[in-house]
Design a protein around this ligand. Structure first.
Ligand code: SAM
Length: 214
């Protein structure tokens, strides 16, 4: 069996495992299309399809596949949407979002560590993703120049929801965000007439660092 076939088999096993955890069909199809081994450091590629986080350098991690799947599921991403991701990291989660919003959509992802801006940009490019813009900066401020967003996906844990996210979200839009320092919970925020905040599950994320972070 060639290397690509071996990765494909591992990807199928990962997706089958996620299916058993109750992840929706569309998210699973998207994850079947994204080559996760292209988003991890080369020395980790044999572990790319295990359901756990992996180090990507600079003390940061690529989130476990089930966490990426759950966050995408909660956001109910649709084709053509404009999405903001905070914490580009490896670019993997961005690629899954891209698969769900399609060529009609656009993803803006912001990363505070310059080396990871370059790592994620390179990974997304070689995996063939074009409708994604990676920027360097403090993502606690959002990316106001491209607002408003249909959805916001925050991949690091914040003390509370940064006010710019609420301002930059469309009415009817959703944010998924981990909150807390030592004990963290994942929240789904919905902007309707007011702001609805629903607690989902316990999580472990690296901290959001910046003006409205830690
Ligand atoms: N989504 C990433 C992936 O698929 O690999 C995983 C992201 S990792 C769990 C969280 C990322 O958030 C780290 O790369 C970290 O540098 C970044 N981060 C932390 N604070 C940030 C901020 N204020 N603005 C932008 N990125 C931030």
């Amino acid at each position: 069996m060639g290397e690509e076939e071996r990765y494909e088999e591992a990807r199928k096993r990962m997706v089958e495992y996620l299916r058993q955890q109750g992840i929706s069909g569309e998210v699973l199809e998207a994850m079947m299309r994204v080559k996760r081994h292209l988003f991890v450091p080369p020395e980790r590629s044999d572990s790319a399809y295990g359901d756990y986080p992996l180090p990507i350098g600079e003390g940061q991690t690529i989130s476990a596949p089930h966490m990426v799947a759950m966050m995408c599921d909660y956001l109910e991403l649709k084709r053509g949407e404009k999405v903001l991701e905070v914490g580009a990291g490896s670019g993997y989660h961005a690629a899954v979002i891209e698969e769900l919003i399609g060529e009609e959509g656009h993803l803006y992802t912001i990363e505070r560590i310059q080396w990871l801006v370059e790592f994620s940009t390179k990974n997304l490019k070689r995996a063939g993703y074009k409708n994604v813009t990676v920027t360097h900066g403090d993502g606690t401020l959002g990316v106001p120049e491209h607002a408003p967003y249909d959805k916001i996906s925050v991949t690091c844990a914040a003390p509370d929801v940064p006010p710019p996210y609420i301002e930059q979200l469309k009415t009817g839009g959703k944010i998924v965000i981990p909150l807390g320092r030592y004990t963290q919970k994942l929240y789904l925020i919905e902007k309707k007439n007011g702001i609805e905040k629903n607690r989902k599950c316990d999580v472990v994320f690296v901290p959001l660092i910046g003006r409205y972070g830690f």
